[in-house]
Structure formats: C-alpha cells, structure tokens
Design a protein around this ligand. Structure first.
Ligand code: ATP
Length: 585
C-alpha cells in the first residue's frame, strides 16, 4: 500500500492550491533573480560613466516593483501552500481521532494515552511540515538553484559558473548523508516525547494516589528522568544541526573564494565587466541557500514520511467491533425489546488464555432486575462490558430482544443502555453538561427529576452555581458518593431501556441506597436493570440473582432460593450479617 493512501483523497481535492502556489513561488524566484542583474547594470553604468541623475529613479523603480511583486507573491503562496498544509493537518487529525474513537476498549488497553497523543500532535505536525514548508522549500530551492545557475552561465560566464559551482553540490550530498542520522534521532525524539507525555498525563490523573502515598518525590524523579531523556534526545538533534550550518557556510565560502580569485582575474583580463563580477558574487551568495534547502527538504520529507507511516499504522488497524450483517429492520427508529439472554457465553480477553467468563447462560425479561454478585475478579464487569459491546462478543451468545447482539447496530445497543461505570467518570465541564451527556434534549425539569431520584439534587442545589457548577478534572471537587450519584442521574436521564449499575451504590449509606432503588423502580418501570453489588441489601429484592466465581456461573435464583441452597450466596449473606452485628457491638 502506498504511504499516501490516506492523504490521496485530500490531495486529489486540493492539488490546484499546490499548483498555483508553486507557480507563484517560481514567479517570485524569477523576480528575485532580477535584482542582482539590476545592481550589476547599475554598477556598470556607474563605472563606464553612463549613469546620470535622471536614470537613477529608473533603478529605484525597478527594485521597488520587484520588491512589491515579491511581497504580493509571498502572501499568495502562503495563502495557497501553507493554508492547504494547515487544512491537511486539520483533516488528518480529524481522520485519526474519528478512527481512534471507533476502536474497542481492547485497543486502548494496549496503547498508551501518551503515545496516542504524540501521534495526534507530533506526527501530524511533521506531516504538515512536509506538505507545507517541505513543498515550498523544494520548489524554491530547485527553481532558485536552477535559474541562478542558468543566469550565471548565460548572462555572465559559463566557465566561471562551472568552477565556482563545483564545491556546492557537496552541501546536498553532505546533508542527505546525514538524513539517516536525522531519521534515527528524530524517531528517538518522538519516542522520548511520547514517554514524557505519558508520565505527565499519568501523574496528573493519578495525583490523588501520588499525594496520599506521599510519592511526590518519586513521581518527580520519574518525570525528571523522562524530561532529561527528552532533553538529551533533542540535544542530539541540535548537535547534528549545529554541525550542519558551519559546514555549509564553509563550503559556500569555498565557492565565493573561487569566484573572487577566478572572477577577479577575468575582470583584470577584460573577460567580464566589474558589474557582471558584482552580480556573480551576489548569485554565488544566493546559491548556498538552495543547496542547503535541497538537503533539508530531503530530511523534512523523510520525517514527514516516517510520521505518515506511523499514522497509517493507526488508520490501517480496523476497529475490532463493527456493524456487520446488521438486520435491516434496525434501520430507522426500530429497536428490540429489553429482554436479555446469555446463551452459553464463553469469553476470553484478547491476548489472554483463560476465559474471563465460561459457559454463562441466563435469561432476563423486559423490566426485570438481575443482580450479579461474586468475588473480585470473578467476571462481573466483563459481563456488562459485553452487553455494551465494548469487546467483541462471540456470535449468538448474547441476545437482546431475541436478536443476536452482533446483528444490532452498535449505537442502537448502546443508546438503549444507561451505564453507570465503576469509576464514575465525569467530564471536567459543568454538572448540566454531564447530565445531558446521553440525552441532549434533557429539560431542566427532567434534570431535577433525575437528580432527585439519584438522591443528589439537594447537594447540587447547595453548590453556588447549582447545575452550572464546573467540575474539576475528573470531578475532583465532588465527593466520591456525589460523583456516584451524579453518574446514576446521568444514566437515569437517558430514560434507558436497560440500566446497568456496576458497583454504583458502594459509596452511599443503606438508607440512601434504598431510596435510589425505590426511585429506579418507579421511574424506570419497564426498564431491565442489572445491578452489580456486594451488599445483600442492594440485591435481595432482585428478580434474579446470579453468583459468579472465577468466570463460572455457580448459582442462580432469588434471594430466598439461594439462601436455601446454602452455597456461595448463603455464605456471603452469613458473613455480612456477622459483620453488621460486629460493627454494631
Ligand atoms: N482488559 C482485560 N484484559 C485481560 N484480562 C482482563 C481485562 N479486564 C479484566 N480482565 C480479567 O478478567 C477477569 C474478570 O475481571 P472483571 O473486571 O470482570 O471482574 P469483576 O468481577 O468485575 O471484579 P471487581 O469486583 O474487582 O470489579 C479478571 O481475572 C481480570 O484480571
């Protein structure tokens, strides 16, 4: 596959901008080259005494016209090439972000946030540089170089041009030879930057843990280490470029030296005029830049290609979970009923050997409540992650409304479900934004109702700006219990067909818990509920309770029937009774 496969549609659409920009650039290069000729003609007129006071304004006008033309042209190519490169940056970033959003949780479990952020910033910048500055430098250097040499050879002296030009290609060769080094070091700079981003991101999102474990010093050490590594990798790059400039200057000095020695002799022998000699020296000075630029362009394009390849890897990775074989009836507003059936479901996380869930079967009718209990790591969260299709589910093993989950469009499944995750993530926007997250059309009254049902309304009203109170990153200015209840209200506000509470009542007292459950029943009468919980008080009224143990469904029934069974559930119940008794004593 071509490295340009993903940018091809963009280039197809926007190539005219590059075309006109290139034409403008070439026109400017042409204009710029006239200046030394004007200066040369001026010198000759001065030397041979033909320069008069009246002819001076003519030279001034020439130079002014050229300068104005160059200024307009420069604006023109900025507005074409640079603008298009910025547009490409915007377009590519959108593509990468949109693609990443489609990836499954598994992808994010295996790719660090810092790396992904580096791709979305550094790599895309490198591509923009190649398609903006790179293109400009290439056109500029190539035509400027070509036209300068042509003018020198035709308007001044061919032999002098050849001799003076001799050392200059060394610059191109030298810079291209360094290209390999540049690529290697650039790759290392990118890696160092993404490691640094990772540490910064983790340090801030885990700041509470860092502080509570008094690990600020260690955290700072890790940061310093990565920061220093980033600095060192950048210094390697700086050293490389630091070496380039003096050497290029030296080589171009050789050309000037040859021009002075050989050109001077030509002037003495009457081969060329002093004016032509002056023009020639200006031309030699102007040639060092195109030679250097050609080398830089090569490296700039190489960097851009390295980054584009890395972005291609992301874009080439297909989302694990996609809508295939969707049943036609789901096109439009139709949705299945909220019954849920697990039919011998066995699921193993990608990259692991042991199934997290093994041969799970149960059925839940619309409006029923299922409680899921089990020790930590027994597979409770996995079970609900699969209903949400956050991981790829084996065909025919989960059904909603009697239809295989894999044949219902993903967005339809997810919009049926109000999910309250274990981590109660809230966005660092205001409370209203968070409540409206799954339901844009949520009215103020509905917001009040949802928060009242989740028993958090009074607390929100006590905040200075009520629903408009801004939350810090991850809602740090709210207590754990408040965050939990806002998350519940967010799910309730969706008026979902299925509601899933993953250990979402752990931070509230039993009385508040009872009120929330009561409201759930009243507000969401026909909603199928799945409650993952540890407290018997949360689950004992459920229509069905399943007990998971190491991924196996070991018990199924109601509170009473499971107590009679005298197994895992009864054991858990006894332990909780004992704990309660002890805590009261
Ligand atoms: N992304 C993952 N990749 C690989 N294995 C995983 C992943 N997530 C969970 N597991 C494993 O799957 C098993 C079930 O985990 P799960 O989170 O479903 O348990 P749980 O019952 O919800 O636990 P808890 O009560 O602690 O939340 C565990 O052994 C866990 O290590």
């Amino acid at each position: 596959m071509s490295v340009f496969q993903y940018v091809k549609p963009f280039l197809k659409k926007y190539w005219p901008y590059y075309f006109f920009g290139t034409l403008l650039l070439m026109a400017i290069d042409g204009l710029q080259l006239i200046t030394p000729l004007v200066v040369g003609a001026f010198t000759d007129a001065l030397m041979d005494g033909t320069l008069t006071r009246e002819s001076i304004p003519k030279y001034i006008i020439y130079i002014m016209v050229i300068a104005t033309g160059v200024a307009i042209g420069r604006f023109g190519w900025r507005m074409t090439i640079i603008k298009t490169a910025r547009r490409l940056e915007y377009w590519l970033r959108n593509q990468v972000f949109t693609h990443l959003e489609k990836m499954s949780l598994n992808y994010f479990n295996h790719h660090k946030t810092g790396d992904l952020m580096a791709h979305c910033t550094n790599d895309i910048n490198a591509v923009r540089n190649a398609f903006g500055g790179g293109v400009i430098m290439f056109v500029d250097a190539f035509f400027m170089g070509l036209m300068t040499v042509t003018l020198m050879a035709t308007r001044i002296d061919l032999k002098l041009t050849l001799v003076a030009f001799l050392p200059l290609p060394l610059i191109v060769v030298f810079i291209i030879t360094l290209g390999r080094q540049v690529r290697n070091r650039f790759q290392k700079v990118q890696e160092a930057f993404s490691q640094l981003t990772d540490v910064v991101q983790e340090s801030f999102s885990g700041i509470r843990i860092i502080k509570s474990f008094v690990q600020e010093k260690q955290s700072l050490n890790t940061f310093n280490e990565k920061n220093e590594n980033n600095f060192r990798k950048n210094m390697h790059m700086v050293k490389l470029f630091g070496f380039v400039h003096p050497l290029v200057g030296f080589i171009s000095m050789l050309s000037t030296l040859i021009a002075i020695v050989y050109g001077g002799r030509l002037v003495i022998d009457g081969g060329i005029t002093i004016g032509k000699f002056v023009s020639f020296l200006s031309f030699v000075g102007m040639l060092a830049w195109p030679m250097m630029a050609l080398g830089f362009v090569y490296n700039n394009l190489q960097r851009g290609m390295v980054s584009l390849k890395r972005l291609n890897v992301i874009l080439d990775t297909p989302p694990e979970i996609i809508d295939l074989d969707v049943i036609d009836q789901f096109i439009g507003a139709y949705k299945p009923d909220a019954s849920i059936e697990f039919d011998h479901l066995t699921f193993t996380y990608p990259g692991t050997d042991t199934p997290a869930l093994n041969d799970i079967s149960f059925e839940l009718r619309p409006g029923e409540t299922l409680a899921v209990v089990g020790k930590t790591g027994s597979g409770k969260t996995t079970l609900v992650n699969l209903i949400l299709r956050l991981y790829q589910v084996p065909d025919e093993s989960i059904k909603i409304g009697g239809v295989d989950l894999n044949r219902i469009p993903i967005d339809k499944v997810r919009s049926m479900i109000g999910y309250v995750p274990q981590d109660n993530f809230l966005f660092s926007r205001n409370i209203a934004y968070n409540l409206r997250f799954g339901n844009d059309a949520l009215t103020e009254d509905e917001m009040i109702r949802a928060t009242k049902s989740a028993q958090v309304y009074d607390e929100i009203m006590s905040f200075p700006k009520a629903f408009n109170t801004e939350l810090g990153e991850r809602g740090v200015n709210m207590s754990g219990g408040q965050k939990q209840r806002v998350s519940i209200a967010r799910a309730l506000a969706m008026k979902p067909d299925i509601i899933i509470l993953d250990d979402s009542l752990s931070a509230v007292d039993t009385k508040t818990e009872e009120s929330i459950l009561q409201h759930l029943k009243e507000d969401l009468e026909n909603t199928t509920s799945i409650l993952i919980a540890h407290r018997i008080s949360t689950i004992k009224h459920a229509d069905q309770i399943i007990v998971l143990d190491q991924g196996e469904l070991v018990e199924k029934g109601t509170h009473e029937s499971l107590l009679q069974l005298n197994g895992h559930y009864a054991d858990m119940y006894q332990k909780q009774l004992l704990e309660e008794k002890l805590s009261k004593e």
